[in-house]
Structures are given as C-alpha cells and as structure tokens.
Design a protein around this ligand. Structure first.
Ligand code: SF4
Length: 312
C-alpha cells in the first residue's frame, strides 16, 4: 500500500477541520511523552534530516487539494515531531504559494533552541508548541525527552521564538491528574507562559488512550483552576462538534477510516465528523473491520475509541 503523508480533514478540538501532513515516519520524535496518543516513540532522536522528501509530500497534498475538500487548517504534525524534518521551511513556503488555507505547525517545541529551526517556521500562520512541565524534573517524567534536550533549552527556545515570530502562537498545556494538575502547578506554569506571551493557551488533558495506562484525565474543576490562574487567553479545548451531510464516495470510506485511526484513536463522533459521513454509515464499516481484527475498540472513561491494530 502506498504510504499516505496526508490525512483527513480530521476533527481537531483546537483547529476545527484539520488537513494533516506527516513530516516524519511513525514514530520519530525527540520526546516519548507518557500521554502520547500514538503510542511509544520508536526512534527518539534530535537528528534533523529529510525523513520524508518535500516533493513526495507536496505531490500528495496537491492531489488532495484538487478534491475540493473543506479544511480550516493545513496542519504540519502527524506521526512524530515535524521540526525534525530539515525541509520544513521549504515545505511551508511551497504550501503558502499554492493555497490560502492557513498553515499551522504542531510542535513539541523541543527544537526551538536551534535558531535554524526557529527561522524555518517564520512563514507559518500559527505555531502551536507544547509546554507540559515547568521544571527539569517534570519535563523528564512527562515528556521523557532525548538526553540532548534540557528543560531550559526547550523553554528558552520557545521564549526566543515568541520574540522573533510575527505569526500567532497557540500554546498547549497538557494537564495530567496528580502530576501537574494542582493550583501550585498552574502558578509555576504561569511564570514561563507569561514570558512566552502566546495569543492563546489551550488546556488539554487525557481524553484519549495514552502511551502509559497510568495517565489520568484531570477533572473539569482542576482545568478550570488552570484557566483562572492563566487568565483570559486560556481555555479548555472543547470537544469537536460539527456534522454535515455525507459528501464522500462509499468506496473511499474504509480507506479513509483506516487512515484516520492509524494516526490516533477516534470515537465514532470523531470519525463521523472527520470523514463527513453519518455515524450510522460508519458503523457499517467498523463492524466488519473489528471482526477482521483490523481495528479494535478501547474504552477510556465513558468514551469508546477505535484504534488501528497495525503499526505503520
Ligand atoms: S505527544 Fe507529540 S511530542 Fe510527545 S511523544 Fe507523542 S508525538 Fe512526540
């Protein structure tokens, strides 16, 4: 099967309809976060190289855009850390020449200590880095970074980027119950977040199955405390709700469904919104795929998620 570097548009709680672009193979990342929805990192690295050549990505992206899809963002992220792809600057430049759809880079922020990486993101409309810890100890527990990255290098890199970049910065803070979820934690985060001064602060928690089963969702009350401490720019990311009538060919649905959940576990609602297909129709595909062990259902809290049984 041909490797797909483009997926979606998928529903995103931060971005609406997000047309995803993979810049690195599964799962090349500088971190191995305990909450990662993609599972454990298989190649922990800080080596930058053209993991996936830009021309291959652009070729598939342009084909996708010809299909008259509706996307709120082209999202550079995918199966690991996108700034590890040394051609990300060229990729953003070429996408901006081709389409008006805004480009967002979802990054863990680990490489922003490198001025070359900071310069490579200047043409993006939005850069959305993560900040899940406020000191070295928490950084090691939650993000399990490559030994070449310290908390200080990472956070000072994000601060430096925020001063140089003229686009929007949407910072994500991932809150895990009993690890970084108390009011005292929120106050310590605030010191760094004030220095970064992002346009938006997205407070997230473990609503999907994580790399480590011990990761617990923070309660809405705890997330509300974060919002109060961090001020009016902070908001808890609301569940995605948008459903239009079906506009996809039936023959594409199974492939798109497998493509979508190969990247992250999704609920029935997520799949329905992402593929723009009614839930009742999706169920017709889920049942035989489950019977054939191509996908499996995983319970998380009250929600049922579907995930792929194969590793890409
Ligand atoms: S959550 Fe993101 S940064 Fe963390 S391990 Fe997964 S892909 Fe890497």
């Amino acid at each position: 099967m041909k490797t797909q570097f483009i997926y979606g548009p998928v529903p995103s709680r931060r971005l609406g309809r997000s047309l995803g672009v993979d810049l690195v193979p599964y799962k090349v990342c500088s971190y191995d976060c305990i909450y990662c929805q993609l599972g454990q990192t298989t190649e922990k690295t800080i080596e930058r190289k053209p993991y996936i050549p830009v021309e291959k990505i652009l070729d598939q992206l342009y084909q996708k855009l010809k299909q008259d899809i509706r996307a709120d963002f082209i999202t550079l992220a995918g199966s690991g850390e996108p700034t590890l792809n040394s051609e990300i600057k060229l990729l953003i430049h070429e996408i901006k020449k081709h389409t008006d759809i805004p480009v967002v880079v979802l990054t863990n922020g680990s490489m922003l200590g490198d001025i070359k990486v900071r310069k490579s993101l200047m043409e993006a409309d939005v850069v959305a880095p993560s900040l899940d810890a406020y000191n070295q100890e928490g950084f090691e527990i939650i993000n399990r970074p490559h030994p070449g990255i310290s908390f200080k290098t990472m956070v000072e890199g994000i601060v430096a980027f925020s001063k140089e970049y003229s686009g929007k910065i949407w910072l994500e803070v991932f809150v895990i119950d009993n690890l970084n979820s108390d009011e005292t934690d929120a106050i310590k985060f605030k010191y760094w977040i004030d220095r970064i001064n992002p346009q938006k602060i997205h407070i997230n928690t473990a609503v999907r199955p994580s790399a480590e089963t011990s990761v617990r969702q923070a309660s809405p009350e705890k997330l509300a405390v974060f919002c109060r401490v961090l001020g009016e720019k902070a908001k808890v990311i609301a569940p995605f709700k948008d459903l239009d009538k079906c506009d996809m060919q039936k023959t594409d649905i199974e492939n798109e469904l497998l493509n979508l959940i190969a990247r992250r576990p999704c609920t029935l609602d997520d799949i329905s919104s992402g593929l723009n297909v009614h839930k009742n129709e999706i169920i017709k595909y889920i049942e035989p795929l489950s019977r054939n062990n191509a996908i499996r259902a995983v319970k998380k809290g009250d929600a049922l998620y579907y995930e792929s049984t194969s590793t890409r």
